[in-house]
Design a protein. Structure first.
Length: 133
């Protein structure tokens, strides 16, 4: 299992069995791994990965300076047709907001939280959009 040294053991949900993913899923997981490392380097602490809600999946659940941060990771092979983080609009953003509300309700979290988006391209920089909600 991939996680940076700042993640406490057992804090990340179990990934699918190696070899059971298709190419798209493998690329997505690689993007999530890169995003997790990027966020750890910025001081985020990863609490969970791939949390499923009735509205969709929350890629990363983190904490940054006492604030709960729910992260959507967007991966693209290139930015030729736009940056990956620019794809979080409309229904996708609404599903993320509903998933976030579901998560804080079901974990009885009562403090502030936000939704961030991390954009990853194969050979480009990793970008962070904070508080997209």
């Amino acid at each position: 299992m991939h996680y940076c040294a700042r993640h406490p053991a057992g804090s990340i949900s179990i990934s699918p069995i190696a070899g059971s993913m298709g190419l798209t899923q493998e690329r997505g997981k690689r993007g999530e791994d890169l995003a997790a490392d990027f966020l750890c380097a910025k001081g985020y602490r990863i609490i969970a990965r791939n949390v499923r809600s009735p509205y969709g999946e929350i890629d990363l659940v983190c904490q940054e300076r006492g604030t709960l941060v729910l992260v959507e990771v967007r991966y693209r092979a290139s930015a030729a047709f736009g940056r990956p983080e620019e794809t979080v609009v409309g229904q996708k953003l609404l599903r993320m907001q509903r998933s976030a509300e579901w998560y804080v309700t079901h974990t009885h979290y009562t403090d502030d939280y936000r939704i961030d988006v991390v954009g990853v391209t194969q050979n480009g920089p990793i970008t962070l959009l904070r508080d997209v909600s």
